[in-house]
Design a protein around this ligand. Structure first.
Ligand SMILES: [Zn+2]
Length: 136
């Protein structure tokens, strides 16, 4: 069977996934199904290695060492650790800050000031009685 340039291109793109993956990709892309033996023979003819290499599930780097637990390369594994620990840190910080200080209290103070300003503006603009002149 004839090998087209496009089939060889697919072979070079997919070679690190092994002979079977190359055969399937060529079938998918070009509509031609070779035998595994034909794929291996042609790969050897055009000097393409079909050795299966590991691929990071996150950054898709090929031929890198993969952490079995995470399925990712060392860099992506470490980045995931950092992200996880950062989220835990934020949670702990929020818990530790509690009632007397912290972002929640600051947000409430800002909201209170904002509402008071809006309400006094409404009263002035519409001639309504302010809170201190009401029985509330
Ligand atoms: Zn990675």
């Amino acid at each position: 069977m004839q090998w087209t340039l496009r089939q060889e291109e697919v072979m070079r793109e997919q070679c690190y996934r092994g002979a079977e993956a190359v055969r399937d990709a060529i079938e998918r892309e070009c509509g031609v199904r070779h035998t595994i033996r034909a794929v291996e023979a042609h790969a050897s003819r055009i000097h393409v290695s079909l050795k299966v290499l590991d691929e990071c599930s996150e950054c898709h780097a090929v031929g890198v060492r993969i952490n079995r637990q995470s399925g990712m390369c060392p860099r992506c594994t470490e980045a995931a650790h950092v992200a996880e620990e950062e989220a835990f840190h934020d949670l702990l910080k929020a818990e530790a800050e509690g009632c007397e200080e912290g972002p929640e209290l600051e947000a409430l103070r800002r909201r209170y000031a904002q509402l008071r300003q809006q309400n006094s503006r409404l009263c002035r603009k519409n001639g309504l009685a302010p809170k201190r002149k009401r029985d509330i």
